[in-house]
Design a protein around this ligand. Sequence first.
Ligand code: ATR
Length: 278
Amino acid sequence: MNKKYIMAGVIGWPIAHSRSPAIHNHWIQQYNLCGAYGQFPVEINNLEMAIQGLKALGLAGCNITIPHKVAAMRHMDWIDPLAQRMGAINTIVVQADGALHGFNNDGFGYIQSLHEAQPSWQANAGPVVILGAGGAARAIVVSLLDAGAEEIRILNRTRDKAEALAQEFGSRITTYEWRERHEALSGCALLVNTTSLGMHGQEALEINLAQLPTSALVSDAIYVPLETPLLAQARKRGNSTVNGLGMLLHQARPAFHAWFGVMPEVTPELRQTIIATL
Ligand code: ATR
């Protein structure tokens, strides 16, 4: 029996750094499927043509990454309500009739990565502190609210952006000045860094963890390096830590399922394959 040849890929600019091809092609092999996942460097001016081309070329869909996650929304025929609330999409699924449906699986990936690191983790275990208020923070805020977080403290260098999230997502969110980040950790159960501080080539996040309970989980959306200075600091004082690799790997699962019909697993082999590329 001939298996159907299925193609998908990732659209972004630049795109060479993307690990998505390595993740999806690993699964295509692992599950003995017939198809391929490519990478498409698409400039902003060409985004609409590229998205319209998905159907013409017969692709099952694609991932959307920087800088197109917001702009791509206007080219969809339908957007999942969760993605609508996150204000961005990271996945397009071409329907049988050619309609383009947009989804955002970043929040799913984030929550899965916490459960993977700490199976007993619960969103309502105590206050959450989120550093940053950009695109990654939005997806994480929405997913934590939906998971049942009761209090989310957002601190961003530009406080207005944190305020805008509080306005949009309601009274479970409070904001603080960026300089208050050391004290804001008091009593918190989860600390999340969504800023670019600590990323390879960037300065480290400066934060005093003295007020953070040692029972708190500390997570960083960054995966290069796998252990940011924040995570190293947290680990040394006894906190459990979660790096950004789990979010990256788990966000890919629902998209792969939608295109290839198999809900794939994040195995130690996959993790090693991707770590080898970092
Ligand atoms: P992403 O999609 O990864 O969230 P982004 O939307 O560009 O990327 O957001 C980057 C985040 O890192 C923002 O919260 C940004 O703060 P501002 O809103 O004030 O720009 C934060 N950030 C970047 N550089 C920073 C720095 N040097 N100090 C503090 N925060 C910083």
